[in-house]
Design a protein around this ligand. Sequence first.
Ligand SMILES: C[S@@+](CC[C@H](N)C(=O)[O-])C[C@H]1O[C@@H](n2cnc3c(N)ncnc32)[C@H](O)[C@@H]1O
Length: 166
Amino acid sequence: MSRRTTPLQDAINHILARRDKNSMLEIKFINSVKGRGIFTLANFKQGDFVVEYRGELIDATEAEHRRNLYPSACSVFMFDFIWKQKTLCIDGALEDGSFGRLVNDEHRTPNCRMKLIEAEGKPHLCLFALKEIAAGSEITYDYGGKEWPWRKKVGHLKKNFPYELL
Ligand SMILES: C[S@@+](CC[C@H](N)C(=O)[O-])C[C@H]1O[C@@H](n2cnc3c(N)ncnc32)[C@H](O)[C@@H]1O
């Protein structure tokens, strides 16, 4: 990003070019629970545009139809939002090599925030840095209020007791 380019303009430039920040981000496999995630290869400043959640823009009826067809591993890539009083959805289920669809959830200490941006008359979902993000960090954002299964605590082991009391 040149010094005169604002984060919003930077986002719009990447939206229009359908390009990710390939020299600043990479995909890494984390573990079998979380799967893959997106990690930084360079530092981001607070407010910087980081990545777009790319996919197919569809309306609520089509989203409902696809949710009934897709296995749950695919429907988790469908991002609903309201734009101009209409519920719309970005369907990111297609493995298209883009980075935004692989960003994981973190509701306590996310380092990015999702914002809706208009480009060429259409809405786009873009992540912006909430704080400075150092190279080597995982990019995260808060997926929202839904009861996501991975947020539930699965029981605690008491310190010094390497077993669970039943
Ligand atoms: C939009 S995808 C993100 C990319 C995904 N990690 C992958 O490898 O395809 C959302 C899925 O990632 C996983 N996920 C996201 N955030 C997570 C978290 N904080 N802890 C565990 N799994 C997470 C869940 O399996 C969720 O259904």
